[in-house]
Design a protein around this ligand. Structure first.
Ligand code: FAD
Length: 405
């Protein structure tokens, strides 16, 4: 693969870069002190969408641009380079939208997709529950259909990112406990403002509260909001999960971490250290930087495969695994260099930037597949090791639940 831009890619990069520079003030700076509220974040996404820079790879009929994964990667790289904060509707664009595109009715596509891209509506992904995360098919939230055809939802979800700001969510439920656990699931679009939906933010160690518990107390969802067939929710969820891995682990980006920014930080502080420690810091930085490059080039390999029409494979899992580790090492290094300033929050470079990254990144090693589960995927699909034993395969969900599995 040639790592240099083709003439077309170079022209695209120049166009994107010029737009971002021209609108820098409206787009904001993720490393600056300015807190960006919800309205600002929605406006930022609308501005980028109207310019043609959101949903680039989405089909034109879904409100996208019908562009290439490489064009999208160039936008991501240029936004990171310009220090522009990520899009508020990343979960909507990366996970919910592709699921509606893949399994939604024409009516759902018409009502939801373009609004999602402009952040007129923010979306969340309601999959995990207190007893089902890695083993997603063990979920218990129940959907029962009444005589009019409406569905009644009862149960609890947890760790739902952005639920407190969301207008809609994709919701995975159990509609039939008397078949094997993967086969009795059904997916819906849920209106997060519907009666019976309660969202309770959970405080994280960063001090923020970006994810939530969500309770469903006899929430009514009309049948036209079903995504895919009854009982086919697992297949629908696989579309979401595949898109999620691609969003988190592919595309050549840096997970939540701008490496050049860390390099500037290291360069600014290293002179304050005794010479013998300077060498160690350089080594630490070099090691983490190389790992980040490994992630970036794995991302390029994935982009090449996608450009040739292949589906994302285990590269995305490897990318997420390596990227999370490298980002954590870099954040640790940045905070160590701050020394006492890290404790007192007297950091000159945007108060709390490095501390909140260091506290937030461990969550990335859990969200969208834990490191252990990603290693299982790599072991099975890349190294060809034997698959995990599946004792639950031939039992119904009801039997498993009764046995406390
Ligand atoms: C920042 C953040 C954001 C999130 N956002 C969302 C969201 O928007 N929507 C949503 O639905 N969920 C979300 N989640 C939930 C996330 O998907 C789950 O936390 C994740 O799938 C792990 O599930 P769990 O927490 O139930 O842990 P468990 O699955 O109970 O795992 C506990 C431990 O056991 C290990 N383990 C489990 N199974 C295996 C196995 N087969 N082999 C080896 N080790 C194993 C795990 O790796 C882990 O270390 C988010 C989580 C975080 C941290």
């Amino acid at each position: 693969m040639d790592f240099d831009d083709t003439p077309d890619e170079a022209a695209w990069r120049a166009e994107v870069r010029a737009f971002l520079a021209e609108h820098k003030d409206e787009l904001g700076d993720r490393n600056g002190r300015r807190e960006l509220d919800q309205e600002t974040s929605r406006r930022r996404q609308a501005l980028l969408y109207d310019a043609g820079y959101v949903g680039v790879t989405w089909p034109v009929e879904a409100g996208g641009r019908g562009g290439t994964p490489m064009q999208q990667a160039i936008i991501d790289q240029e936004m990171a380079r310009a220090g522009i904060p990520g899009l508020i509707n990343l979960i909507g664009i990366g996970m919910c939208g592709p699921t509606v595109i893949g399994h939604g009715s024409d009516d759902q596509k018409e009502r939801y997709l373009q609004r999602l891209l402009r952040a007129d509506d923010v979306w969340c992904q309601l999959f995990s529950e207190p007893a089902s995360g890695s083993d997603l098919a063990a979920l218990r939230t129940k959907a029962v259909q009444d005589e009019q055809g409406d569905w009644h939802i009862s149960g609890q979800k947890v760790w739902t990112t952005l639920a407190h700001l969301s207008d809609y969510g994709i919701l995975l439920t159990r509609t039939d406990p008397d078949v094997a656990k993967h086969r009795g699931l059904t997916m819906f679009v849920v209106d997060m403002k519907a009666p019976g939906v309660t969202v309770r933010p959970l405080r994280q160690m960063t001090g923020g509260a970006e994810f939530n518990e969500v309770f469903f107390d006899d929430v009514v969802i009309p049948d036209r909001e079903r995504l895919g067939e009854v009982g086919d929710g697992w297949r629908v969820a696989l579309t979401t999960l595949m898109s999620e891995r691609l969003t988190l682990g592919g595309g050549g980006g840096d997970i939540g971490m701008n490496v050049e920014r860390v390099a500037e930080h290291v360069a600014a502080r290293i002179g304050e250290l005794p010479p013998e420690r300077q060498a160690l810091v350089r080594q630490d930085f070099g090691r983490a930087y190389v790992a980040t490059l490994g992630m970036r080039y794995t991302g390029y390999r994935l982009l090449t495969a996608l450009s040739k029409g292949s589906l994302p494979g285990p590269e995305a899992s490897a990318g997420k695994l390596a990227g999370t580790r490298a980002a954590l090492d870099l954040a640790d290094l940045a905070v160590r260099l701050l020394g006492d300033d890290a404790v007192y929050g007297a950091e000159p470079d945007g108060a709390g930037t490095w501390q909140s990254l260091q506290a937030g990144l461990p969550g990335m090693a859990i969200a969208g597949g834990t490191n252990e589960v990603l290693r299982n995927i790599i072991g099975e699909r890349v190294l060809g090791l034997p698959p995990e034993p599946r004792a639950d395969k031939d039992r119904t969900f009801r039997e498993l639940a009764a046995a406390g599995a």
